[in-house]
Design a protein around this ligand. Structure first.
Ligand SMILES: Cc1cc2nc3c(=O)[nH]c(=O)nc-3n(C[C@H](O)[C@H](O)[C@H](O)COP(=O)(O)O)c2cc1C
Length: 424
């Protein structure tokens, strides 16, 4: 029987307070970690199989291993609480309700890679989250978990919070670093990766906060325990944000590998109004849409890739039978076109042109050749942009055309939408 770990505190009264955290075994993992060597900790995280929860799923321990070992090189840990992906709302809940769990992860990660400075980057609109971060960090200092000579170990760590201004691209790790440096949040060309040249030019370990929240549990319960949860290539617990046409939208912590159907029908209360499931975006707005036929697919990196989608942030957007998939693609593409940083042509102009084609089709003004034009444009954007946003922004159009092409044809032939027989 799976027992929630990352969300075990969040429904307690005053869950965000340090005294609640301490009363429930908080900061014990830091005490234990400080008795181990940094290399031992890196090994433990590698053995746990933990993969990043911010979208890309890169193995965390491997990333820790990329940080230079030289003691005289200043190193930094940067904490990503930007969470701009539509449909994703897990990080916000973690920081608002259990920030100390993340701070504990940050201390252990910093000690393991030899960083003495940690920066939190948080999306500007998360007012409560900012307040909670600031208070939690101040309390952690007061209790000797941050600052000089943490718990008498000789290890020093300073930590502070930086607010973003609410741009989706600032969640991309190098854009986040630029923004942290006080510049416009434009992505950097990679390589070099942040572990080599990061914040202010120093080696930087960038992690999503859900990833960091896993760390204390790996240290306390052991990497084998963590690796025993999940699938062959996707280990541990995962918070799935479920939104859209379900009876009980919300965050559900379950093992990686739980099927789409189980999440929708057993945890999120099934489809609203007893309607039929039509489509699911499994991992946040940038991941390719799947259909009702995919309900048995496990929510894991490898199984979603096998059916042409991605786990992303694990945020499921559920759509019932009354949803127009052309409208879905058009709206999401509008979001990405608006959020393009504008630096490279395929993303800046490509996203806009793609939006115009989708809008034309949806409004009943499309031509038969428009569907192939959209696909051709997607090919010209995917992989050819400065940062990974280009590959993300083509997913809504491409995947809805792949699975629901007949709806595009209907709009073009009948000059209206089959939903409600109208032009919307
Ligand atoms: C356009 C774009 C937006 C992103 N937004 C976020 C975000 O809001 N939060 C996040 O943690 N990662 C985001 N990422 C992923 C980060 O670049 C990076 O992979 C992640 O923070 C690394 O942490 P992890 O290894 O713990 O997953 C985004 C990536 C891209 C390409």
């Amino acid at each position: 029987m799976f027992e929630p770990i990352l969300t075990r505190n969040i429904y307690r009264p005053n869950s965000e307070k340090i005294y609640t955290y301490l009363a429930n075994g908080g900061y014990e993992a830091v005490r234990l970690a400080l008795t181990k060597s940094p290399d031992e900790l890196i090994e433990m995280v590698k053995r746990s199989g933990l993969r990043g929860r911010g979208g890309a799923g890169f193995p965390a321990g491997v990333k820790w291993g990329f940080m230079p070992k030289e003691a005289d090189v200043p190193k930094i840990v940067a904490v990503n609480t930007d969470e701009g992906e539509p449909g994703t709302f897990k990080d916000r809940e973690i920081v608002e309700r259990d920030p100390h769990q993340v701070i504990e992860g940050v201390i252990i990660a910093s000690y393991a890679v030899g960083a003495h400075r940690a920066y939190v980057y948080i999306r500007g609109e998360f007012f409560l989250g900012v307040k909670r971060w600031i208070k939690a960090i101040a309390d952690a200092y007061e209790h000797g978990f941050l600052g000089k000579n943490i718990l008498g170990s000789g290890f020093d760590l300073d930590m502070s919070v930086h607010r973003g201004a609410g741009a989706y691209i600032c969640g991309e790790e190098t854009a986040m670093l630029e923004s942290l440096e006080g510049k416009p949040g434009n992505p950097r060309l990679k390589p070099p990766y942040p572990a080599q040249v990061g914040l202010f030019g120093y080696p930087t370990l960038v992690h999503n906060i859900e990833t960091l929240a896993c760390i204390p549990h790996i240290i306390l319960r052991g990497p084998e325990w963590f690796a025993s949860i999940g699938t062959a290539e996707s280990k541990g617990p995962k918070i799935f944000s479920v939104s859209g046409h379900v009876n009980k939208p919300g965050n559900y912590e379950l093992p990686l590998g739980t099927t789409i159907g189980e999440i929708i029908y057993e945890h999120a209360g099934g489809i609203r109004g007893g309607k039929k499931l039509k489509a699911v975006i499994p991992g946040g707005a940038s991941t390719p849409v799947l259909t009702a036929e995919h309900v048995d697919v496990p929510m894991a990196f490898e199984t979603l890739a096998a059916v042409g989608s991605q786990l992303g942030t694990g945020a499921m957007i559920v759509m019932d039978e009354t949803t127009c998939m052309v409208e879905v693609a058009r709206r999401l593409t509008k979001f990405f076109a608006h959020e393009s940083c504008g630096r490279c042509v395929p993303c800046r102009l490509g996203s806009r042109r793609l939006y115009e084609i989708l809008e034309r089709i949806e409004r009943g003004k499309g031509k038969p050749a428009d569907i192939d034009l959209a696909l051709e444009l997607a090919r010209e954007i995917d992989g050819l942009t400065f940062c990974p946003m280009g590959s993300a922004l083509v997913n809504p159009a491409r995947s809805t055309i792949k699975h629901f092409r007949s709806e595009y044809d209907f709009h073009i032939t009948h000059k209206k939408c089959w939903v409600g027989n109208q032009i919307h």
